[in-house]
Write a protein that binds this ligand. Structure first.
Ligand code: ADQ
Length: 745
């Protein structure tokens, strides 16, 4: 009974609506059909008139009316033409066929409107009358009057009307039938189930006894609605430009639903060292650690790294883990132990004598030794095993850091096929020709393509990577979506420009004021308060362009002698990879160059260049950044370069100038810096001079804009973008899995 009522409630209004539509539409269609038919008749009349024109002109001119009569008889064979008549110039009918109706008159020569085509209702039916001037002269010498029988047009219109009415009735019947079928099914539970899903009830509590065949569908619909909701929220997250640790934490909870996060890197974020005063904890000078540490603080996962400190073994538990940061533990650091031989082959050998110069265009030849390669592979396997052992689930999110672990993604994938592996390559990726010199290029690429997402700092590095894959592997590359399909798996290759943690108001509040930092720095250098100071902060690496910087300082002093005695560069350089010849030689060369410039331009206590070859704590670096007039970054090639961003973040006075190499990834974002080619000593020297003499207003304008970019595009956004993409991949994977499961059922 309910079903019947439902049907009637739906069908009756529907039928009324259909009837109204038919009532309005049918006469409209009727009129249109008639109009088309009459237009058709007009065209035919003009055609006949032009065919008869010569004959009719002669008939009238020579008064040969029988000739006109004969032509009329021929034309009359067309059954749609009822009658023809010829009028002279005075409007008198001079010749006509027998059928010519009395009611049809010649047009009045004085009334042009009487020439118009028109319909005429006669007792035996309607006719259509057209008139055409004969001879094409003005005024015409005669008029041909054609009378068409329009009964056939009326018939056509009648037929159309019938068809339309039939169509509407048929449509009504069909809709009514479908409604009845659906209503019948609904009685058995179909619609009830579907409605519950659409209302979202199924998301909160189980649908009450749905049809068994509907259960998989209901589940998939529920999940898909949830996926859509997640996608929407993810988009909202991205469009919001306030990225803070708590937002990242929220994102991890909502998007990854508390999924497990494991970081793998060579360098550990905290190093425990033995000292005469006991064990101390040090933070390494590393861009990678600077960037990833805040992410781990936000998501409380496990960080797996090489335990390199002399006291590292003393502080770990029996699983080689130690909670960090030491003052406020937020996540677990799991240490992997390497022998000296491991370090020599994997770290110093293949990673730093092979891959580092291979990826940086700094004109240092890469060295490839088979022994190093084997060590590299073995250590990658050891770290991969550590990831698998640390994983509590079969689908953790694994963040693989840098060129030390190119093989690890594939190794983890083999053991944990459902893991989401995000590999971030912190250094540049060279073009295929440069990369092609590596004897194990194919293995490296295959290892990296074990990743779900492969991130680089810039689109240019991504493009180079895709071209390299294209050159050396049989892979399918979708350039539009920047994905590589290899061995049946997809890898998204995307740029995620890394950044830094933007200091909070509380952190800024405890930093000494700018004036104090300036005074402290000049006092330390033993120079006057108005002395100009530029700062350089790097690891002691040949890619950082420190030699080129020293050359530029020398050239600037040559070109601007007024700066001698009034300017100094403070170069802070943390020792790094000191056991490698290349680094040792570089350091010696640099020291010699600095001594030469100081000998040439220094006097008394004045030194143009202060080389501080030691590690400095982050707080100390901030005081240097705040005390300087300019920061000089002259990398010959750099993935991003975080020093440039740290300098900007430290300058809440909106003063200070950044001189930045065009070969650093940061140059793509920090457009208001003075961008230089460090190989061009004149250009770099000029930029340095310009930085030191730039008016405060221009400094303010540039610095405000730079600060906006670094604040908005901070490290949380970097991580957030990658994790959002990872979450999307995981959702897609789950849907695919469900659908495959559904197919099998
Ligand atoms: P790095 O080559 O290490 O990083 P960079 O990005 O400049 O280069 O980061 C260096 C970090 O070490 C900065 O945080 C800096 O403050 C710190 N640092 C440098 N010298 C120091 C010193 N003497 N004492 C203390 N700290 C010091 C790699 C890539 C970069 C990329 C980062 C992040 O080579 O291109 O930007 O990873 O992805």
């Amino acid at each position: 009974m309910n079903t019947l009522r439902l049907q009637l409630r739906f069908i009756i209004p529907l039928l009324i609506a259909l009837a109204i539509t038919a009532y309005v539409t049918v006469p409209l269609v009727d009129r249109l059909t008639l109009r088309w038919s009459l237009r058709d008749l007009d065209t035919r009349s003009h055609l006949i008139a032009s065919t008869l024109d010569d004959t009719l002109v002669d008939s009238l001119a020579y008064n040969d009316l029988p000739r006109a009569e004969q032509s009329f008889a021929r034309v009359l064979q067309d059954e749609r033409i009822l009658a023809l008549g010829l009028c002279d110039r005075n409007g008198s009918l001079v010749v006509h066929t027998q059928s010519f109706p009395d009611e049809v008159k010649c047009p009045d020569p004085a009334d042009p409107t009487s020439r118009a085509a028109h319909l005429l209702k006669l007792p035996r039916g309607s006719v259509h009358v057209t008139t055409t001037a004969v001879g094409g002269l003005v005024p015409p010498i005669g008029t041909l009057v054609l009378v068409h029988d329009v009964s056939y047009a009326e018939k056509r219109s009648e037929d159309t009307r019938k068809y339309f009415i039939g169509l509407f009735i048929g449509l009504g019947a069909m809709i009514a039938l479908i409604t009845m079928i659906i209503a019948q099914l609904s009685w058995r539970g179909w619609v009830a189930g579907a409605r519950a899903i659409l209302r979202g009830e199924g998301l909160l509590r189980p649908i009450e006894a749905p049809m068994p065949e509907l259960r998989p569908l209901a589940h998939d619909m529920r999940m898909m609605l949830r996926e859509l909701d997640d996608e929407r929220r993810a988009r909202e997250e991205l469009s919001d430009n306030q990225w803070q640790p708590q937002r990242l934490r929220k994102l991890l909870h909502e998007e990854l639903r508390g999924d497990e996060v494991i970081v793998v890197s060579n360098r550990e974020p905290y190093i425990h060292e033995d000292t005469p005063d006991g064990i101390v904890v040090r933070r390494p000078a590393s861009g990678l650690v600077t960037a990833v540490e805040p992410v781990m603080r936000a998501c409380s996962g496990t960080w797996i790294a090489h335990g390199s400190g002399s006291a590292d073994r003393k502080v770990v538990d029996r699983n080689d883990c130690v909670p960090v940061p030491p003052d406020k533990p937020a996540y677990k650091l799991k240490r992997v132990w390497l022998t000296e031989a491991d370090e020599a082959g994997y770290y110093y050998g293949f990673a730093n004598e092979g891959l580092w110069p291979l990826c940086h265009v700094a004109h240092v030849r890469p060295v490839f030794r088979i022994g190093d390669w084997e060590r590299y592979r073995a250590v990658n396997q050891r770290f991969a095993d550590a990831v698998v052992a640390a994983a509590r689930t079969d689908d953790p999110v694994v963040l693989v850091q840098d060129y030390h672990f190119a093989l690890l993604p594939k190794m983890v994938r083999e053991k944990l096929p459902r893991a989401t592996i995000i590999t971030f390559w912190h250094i540049p990726w060279p073009n295929p020709e440069s990369f092609g010199i590596c004897p194990w290029r194919k293995e490296l690429l295959e290892g990296m393509l074990g990743s779900t997402i492969l991130g680089f700092h810039t689109r240019y590095h991504c493009k180079n990577f895709l071209e390299t894959v294209d050159r050396f592997l049989e892979a399918r590359i979708e350039h539009e979506h920047t994905t590589v399909t290899y061995g049946g798996r997809d890898t998204l290759v995307k740029s995620y420009p890394i950044s830094i943690h933007w200091p909070t108001a509380e952190e800024t509040a405890v930093v000494p004021p700018i004036a104090a930092c300036r005074a402290e720095l000049r006092e330390r250098l033993g120079v006057a308060p108005e002395h100009c100071v530029a700062i350089g902060v790097d690891r002691f690496d040949y890619t950082k362009g420190i030699l080129e910087r020293v050359n530029a300082v020398e050239r600037m002093l040559e070109k601007h002698p007024s700066m001698v005695g009034r300017f100094s560069l403070v170069q802070i350089a943390a020792p790094t990879r000191s056991s490698l010849d290349e680094y040792r030689i570089f350091r010696e060369r640099l020291q010699a160059r600095v001594e030469a410039v100081n000998a040439r331009f220094g006097f008394g206590r004045y030194l143009p260049i202060h080389l501080l070859s030691s590690h400095h704590e982050p707080d100390t670096l901030v005081r240097y950044y705040r005390g300087a007039d300019a920061c000089v970054v002259t990398s010959l090639h750099d993935g991003m370069n975080l020093v440039s961003k740290e300098f900007i973040a430290a300058r809440d006075d909106e003063q200070g100038v950044l001189v930045l190499s065009q070969f650093a990834g940061a140059a793509h974002e920090l457009l208001e810096a003075l961008i230089v080619n460090p190989y061009h000593v004149e250009e770099t020297a000029d930029a340095l001079y310009r930085a030191l003499t730039m008016p405060a207003a221009e400094q303010g304008e540039r610095m405000r804009s730079l600060r906006y970019v670094v604040r908005e595009y901070n490290v949380y956004r970097w991580a957030g973008r990658m994790l959002i993409d990872a979450a999307r991949f995981r959702r897609r994977g789950r849907i695919e899995q469900r659908l495959q499961g559904g197919d099998r059922q």
